[in-house]
Design a protein around this ligand. Sequence first.
Ligand SMILES: Cc1cc2nc3c(=O)[nH]c(=O)nc-3n(C[C@H](O)[C@H](O)[C@H](O)COP(=O)(O)OP(=O)(O)OC[C@H]3O[C@@H](n4cnc5c(N)ncnc54)[C@H](O)[C@@H]3O)c2cc1C
Length: 488
Amino acid sequence: MTTGVLTEAWNEAPRVRLLADRPVAPGGRYVLCWLQQALRARDNPVVDAAVRLGNALGLPVLVYHGVREDYPYASDRLHRFILGASVDLAAGCRERGLACVQHVDRAGRREKGLIHRLAAEAAAVVLEDQPTFVARWQAERVAARAKVAVLAVNAACLVPPALIGDDVRGRYGFLRRHEPERAAWSTWSDESADVAPYTGHLPFTPELLENCNLDDLVASLDIDHSLPVSEMHPPGRAAASERLARLVDEVLPVYAAARNDATRSESASGLSPYLHFGVLGPREIMAAVSGASAGGQHKQKFADELLGWREWFHYQATQLAAPERYDRVAGWARRTLADHAVDPRPNMETLTAMLAGETSDQTWNACQRQFLIDGWMHNNLRMYWAKRIIAMTASPEAAWATACYLNDRLSLDGRDPSTYGNIAAMFAGSPSDRERPIYGRVATRSDGSTRKREGGDAWLAASAIRPAPTPVLGDVPVDPYLTGEPAI
Ligand SMILES: Cc1cc2nc3c(=O)[nH]c(=O)nc-3n(C[C@H](O)[C@H](O)[C@H](O)COP(=O)(O)OP(=O)(O)OC[C@H]3O[C@@H](n4cnc5c(N)ncnc54)[C@H](O)[C@@H]3O)c2cc1C
């Protein structure tokens, strides 16, 4: 069977990209479905593509998920969230009649090149099409080494970015193509596997994560233990479903009016960590939103954020060679920031003070403490937080690397197309009419939308006394934020 026939066999073809155009291996034992971030068993186009392919080839699907200690920013916070999702992924696969094997790489259980060894026994590999950071680099490496067909499938977006075309410039042009497609992509049904779950040879001994004490396992790893798990965002499918129910019951009924108020707990869904790690997909969230009793303006506002903004940044990332890099910031903005790079910077801060949320800016500290404590920050605060970093650091490039470092290391939803797209938007946006020191024509932002609100001062005071962890200071990795070279 040629790979051309393989992609046609998949009924959501625009989601699928041939990453390695090689034949299917005739003696392959299984179709390997490698998940890095889309950690859910249902409503998962990557799993469905693998099942469909397995059915066409008469082969079982082997779902694989593994975690290493050496990915950038590996910490208790990220590892525990990922492993919690992984346990539920395996249980969900079992319910679907699919084998799912897991591996946590560590001293005494090193499995060098495991993904390549698993691929070597596969007829074909189906993996995720993620446009940023580790997931993209690793997928490219597997595709370069595999001897069989490798298909990359988009699971992050409701509307596959490939449908939009390569010639869209601004967000309005994007929306003109995206909005009419939404209805057609809103429903799904999980593919049924025709072949019994794989029970054959494996090139390693899989973990039994569901029988593990995950806290103890995480504590035993050689990762950053100075960043604890987020109590606000517990790992796993049950916690994600609870957040989704809370969106429908408490957040959506007031969303359009409350969304910009960071002092109100019901002003945001808090779903972004679960979206980033694919515990929930946008189709399932939009189905819950559509069925909710909240008013149309609230549903529309939510759809504008989840689909109109999030999928715009995903689309942008697919169009860029290195979405994480400073040179993605609009040229006019980089020029005006460069013109002012020599301006005096009276609000400079050390990285130590910034990381700890102990700068001389009380509002900025409150923002940073959400990242530190909750592993998440309200959207309205993120805008002020990112803009201020430009004045707190020695150059625009240092500001970019610092913002990306803090966001990627501390926030559960970091390392995402929305991370770099939003930070780039804060470094550019609509040019201001006035030329200002340090910022040039890049618009600044005051903290008035939080501080001047009724109750704003009380909220800031309460933020300041929440006990926060003190993560150890790591070097700000200039790669890939400036040169685009992978840091691992
Ligand atoms: C400087 C800066 C950095 C950011 N970094 C990230 C990041 O690392 N990861 C991330 O997922 N989002 C990021 N955002 C976007 C946004 O702030 C978060 O998605 C949002 O705050 C997450 O909280 P929520 O789930 O409660 O959002 P809600 O208000 O409940 O929105 C629902 C969903 O819509 C999407 N969404 C909302 N606002 C945006 C937006 N501006 N851009 C893209 N998608 C959006 C998110 O998926 C979110 O979960 C950043 C924004 C800024 C200004």
